[in-house]
Write a protein that binds this ligand. Structure first.
Ligand code: COA
Length: 179
C-alpha cells in the first residue's frame, strides 16, 4: 500500500484512537454491524492484548460528534490482523472503512508490521469488495468457519492478506491521532 492521504467523503470527520472511555461506544458500533455483538468486556480484553489498538471515526452530527465506525487491530511482530471493522449502516459508502483500514495499516507499519491480514465471511460482499479495493488478496479459506442462525448452516471464512509498505515510505509528519 502506498502512503496516501486518508480521505473520507463525508462532512467534518475525526479519526482517532479508541480510548478507555470509548468502550461502550465501540460495543454499540459493533452490535450495529454484527449479529454476535461483542461485550464491552470482550472489547476491553482485546485492546489490552500486546500490540492491539483501535481507531474510531466520528462525524459531526446536529448535536455534536457522532460515532460512525471503528476498527480493532492487533500487531504481532511483522503480522498485523484486522480483528473487527464496522461502520454504522447510515454512514456506509462514504469512505469511512477505507480510511480506517488505511490509517490502521499506516500505524501497523510504524509499529514494524510488513503484512496485514483478516478473515471475512465469503458471503460478505461489501467487505470483500472493500478489501479487494484496498489491495488484499485471498490466501486461504476455512470451510464452515462462521455459524449462521439456526437452519442457515455455516459459511467459510476467506483469509485475505496484503503487504504493507516499508516504514521509510510513510510521511514522517503524518499525524497519528486524528485526520
Ligand atoms: C464492510 C463495511 C465495513 C464497509 O464500510 P463502508 O464505510 O461502507 O466502506 P467504504 O465506504 O469505505 O467503501 C470503500 C470501498 O469498498 C467497497 N464497498 C463497500 N461497501 C460496498 C458494498 N455494499 N457493495 C460493493 N462494494 C462495497 C467499494 O469498493 C467502496 O468504494 P466506492 O464506494 O468508492 O465504490 C460495512 O459495510 C460494514 O460495517 N459492514 C458490516 C460489518 C462487516 O461486515 N465488517 C467487515 C467484517 S470482515
Amino acid at each position: 500500500m502506498s502512503p496516501m492521504p486518508h480521505p473520507v467523503a463525508l462532512p467534518p470527520v475525526r479519526l482517532r484512537p479508541i480510548g478507555p472511555f470509548d468502550l461502550e461506544i465501540v460495543a454499540a458500533l459493533h452490535a450495529g454491524s454484527f449479529e454476535d455483538a461483542w461485550t464491552v468486556g470482550a472489547i476491553a480484553e482485546i485492546l489490552a492484548m500486546p500490540g492491539a489498538f483501535g481507531l474510531i471515526v466520528e462525524i459531526e452530527g446536529e448535536s455534536g460528534p457522532e460515532p460512525a465506525g471503528f476498527v480493532l487491530v492487533r500487531r504481532v511482530a511483522e503480522e498485523c490482523e484486522i480483528l473487527s471493522l464496522g461502520v454504522r449502516p447510515q454512514h456506509r459508502r462514504g469512505g469511512i472503512a477505507r480510511a480506517l483500514v488505511r490509517r490502521a495499516s499506516d500505524l501497523a507499519v510504524r509499529g514494524g508490521a510488513g503484512r496485514i491480514f483478516l478473515e471475512v465471511a465469503e458471503d460478505n460482499l461489501p467487505a470483500l469488495c472493500l478489501y479487494r479495493d484496498l489491495g488484499f488478496g485471498e490466501v486461504g479459506r476455512r470451510p464452515g468457519y462462521y455459524r449462521r442462525p439456526a437452519g442457515a448452516g455455516a459459511v467459510a471464512a476467506l483469509v485475505m492478506r496484503r503487504s504493507l509498505p516499508r516504514r521509510s515510505a510513510l510521511a514522517d509528519h503524518e499525524p497519528v491521532g486524528d485526520g
